[in-house]
Design a protein around this ligand. Structure first.
Ligand code: AMP
Length: 582
């Protein structure tokens, strides 16, 4: 008997639809399952069986309580549970069923075994959501080779856009799907894709546009027929499908006339409504504008203007709404391009990435970034503020409140960073180092993602240097260095391992833990050195002027990465040139 061939795949695990691409002799190609290239991300329980995909979506329309959709929007909530088929399912469990259905469907069709995958996530996902996706992949029996950001995967899929050696283009990838929005700015050359900055909103997409239309239907039914359609779960599910259908029709037509029979309780009525594309655009205008604010933020982060963008790539089903392309054209003065089907480029790029991971193709290298700052909680300003205001003793708090960002958003990964902390008191023999992700100065507003327990040696030094390393797979490594010539200890945390596993690895007597105090100094020795030098040259006594700060920010991002000597040299030259010219 012939052993079944083994293939690997790329999976776009979407809010509304998911998609799988496999790699074979002809390269990466998206598979049709049940005659469709995308599969609805819906799971249902019917007649003692699990349904996934279109069948589950059909069941959702007639029995909404037995089905779940848009589970990706719950990946940030580890405590969320949905009761289905007599089980209590977490977002990871539901996502694993979707991944499993895609993989088993592909295996059956191709008579092969698929056990390795690259899975994509929104660039704006936090570490916790990434790890939940990784866990879902494992539960589906997959070895997850990598978790890749959706806009980055979409850029990789555009490998046919060839560039001459030495040429470089700047691409803006605008990705608006069913439930999430991402935008990334990349430098692309014949040798690499380098992500410069990402922004996004994990709660914005086609589902929200459908919701606006549904609200319109509900108001219309209330005004015309005096019924509350939103109170009936079945009618609501029906209107939801109708809203999506209407939205899609309005991408291709300038007006629609809806004539839909609706049964509410024992009343049978007709939804008779005329809508124009302008009406619909008016309903979603503020939402599209909010995506453009994110686009503007990305441009500001990199400190470039719209004229510097060479290509606008549209990704995600919702970019078929004409208003999206129109508004982008107004802003950038160029037409958006769709080289590939907007729904398929993410899975295709993920599959090419899987092929690269497995050594099957050698493509441009990929340099991605972390989209949220990563840091630690340490005693500092926020704690003192709270003590002043409340007069309270916060020493009982689980963690200190001051967020000390160590690897800032948009830093290239893997990143290294060092910072000095002071011991809370001389006799302190260990410390808890809680890791948070977010942008707020108070840890209460950021996401807790894990903690390290570090032991100190008995030497009397007051300060310790902590070196952090964070990579694309979510591995955080910290090295604690005590005193000038002190001992080094290394601790590693794989965020994909459970919290218990991590704490077991580094068990430390909780009762002796004290909080370390953060030093505001020593952000980065090299950067400080540069600031000082430039400030001296310009005879600045205080903060560097904004232009220098911007250049330094970029410098600092590059500092986080490895093998960037050339780029650092280039940037340093740019800095000095700029100083000279001033
Ligand atoms: P994705 O997550 O990329 O599969 O995108 C799914 C979203 O795209 C859903 O909200 C769809 O309703 C939406 N979509 C698909 N085709 C169109 C279209 N022609 N016009 C507007 N929205 C669309």
């Amino acid at each position: 008997m012939n052993a079944r061939k083994s293939l690997f795949c790329g999976i776009d695990l979407g809010t509304t639809n998911s998609c799988i691409a496999v790699f074979d002799e002809s390269g990466a190609r998206v598979l049709e399952l049940d005659g469709q290239v995308t599969m609805p991300s819906v799971v249902a329980w019917k007649d003692d069986q699990w349904l996934v995909g279109q069948a589950a979506r059909n069941h959702l329309a007639v029995s909404p309580k037995d089905a779940v959709s848009s589970i990706k929007r719950k990946m940030d909530d580890p405590g969320y549970r949905i009761k289905l088929g007599g089980e209590s399912l977490s977002p990871i469990d539901v996502s694993a069923k979707i991944l499993s259905a895609l993989v088993r469907g592909a295996e059956q069709q191709l008579d092969c075994v698929i056990d390795k995958a690259v899975i994509t996530v929104p660039a704006w996902f936090q570490e916790q959501q990434r790890q939940a996706t990784l866990e879902a992949g494992r539960q589906a029996g997959l070895e997850v080779l990598q978790i890749v950001n959706e806009p980055t995967a979409a850029a990789i899929a555009h490998e046919r856009i060839s560039l001459d050696d030495g040429a470089e283009e700047r691409w803006l990838v605008y990705d608006l799907g069913g439930g999430t929005f991402d935008v990334s700015l990349l430098n692309v050359s014949a040798a690499s894709y380098e992500v410069l900055a990402s922004e996004g909103n994990t709660f914005l997409g086609g589902d929200d546009f459908d919701h606006r239309l549904m609200e319109r239907f509900v108001t219309h039914l209330r005004d015309q027929h005096n019924i509350d359609a939103a109170a009936d779960i079945l009618v609501k599910a029906r209107l939801q499908l109708l809203a999506e259908h209407t939205k899609i029709q309005l991408s291709n037509n300038t007006h629609v006339h809806l004539l839909e029979p609706i049964v509410v309780g024992d009343q049978s009525i007709m939804l008779d409504l005329k809508l124009t594309r302008d009406d619909f655009e008016g309903m979603i205008d503020d939402l599209i504008d909010s995506t453009l604010e994110k686009v503007a933020q990305v441009m500001t982060d990199v400190n470039v203007g719209p004229e510097s963008v060479d290509r606008l790539l549209l990704v995600g089903g919702s970019t078929r709404i004409p208003l999206v392309g129109d508004k982008l054209k107004q802003r950038f003065g160029i037409d958006a391009e769709s080289w590939l089907d907007a729904d398929l480029s993410v899975a295709t790029g993920a599959c090419i990435r899987a092929a690269i991971c497995c050594g099957q193709v050698f493509d441009r290298s990929v340099v991605d970034i972390c989209s949220h700052s990563l840091g630690v909680a340490a005693m500092g300003e926020e704690d003192y503020k709270e003590m002043d205001v409340l007069g309270s003793d916060i020493s009982n708090a689980a963690h200190p409140l001051t967020f000390v960002p160590l690897i800032r958003r948009n830093t290239r990964l893997p990143a290294n960073f060092m910072r000095t902390f002071y011991k809370a008191h001389d006799q302190q023999c260990g410390a808890k180092i809680p890791i948070y992700q977010g942008e707020h100065s108070n840890t209460r507003h950021n996401n807790f993602i894990g903690e390290f327990f570090v032991e100190f040696s008995q030497n009397q030094s007051e300060n310790l240097d902590v070196r952090f390393r964070y990579d694309l797979n979510g591995t955080i490594k910290i090295t604690v260095i005590e005193g000038d010539n002190g001992t080094e200890r290394e601790y590693t945390m794989n965020l994909s391992d459970s919290a218990e596993e991590n704490s077991e690895l580094h068990t430390f007597d909780d009762s002796t833990m004290a909080l370390a105090e953060a030093s505001a100094e020593n952000e980065s020795v090299v950067t400080n050195f540069l600031i000082e030098k430039i400030s001296q040259k310009l005879e600045l006594s205080e903060e560097p002027v904004p232009e220098i700060a911007k250049l330094l920010e970029r410098y600092q991002r590059l500092l986080g990465a490895e093998e960037t000597d050339d780029e650092l040299d280039k940037l340093e030259e740019q800095l000095y040139d700029w100083v000279e010219s001033e």
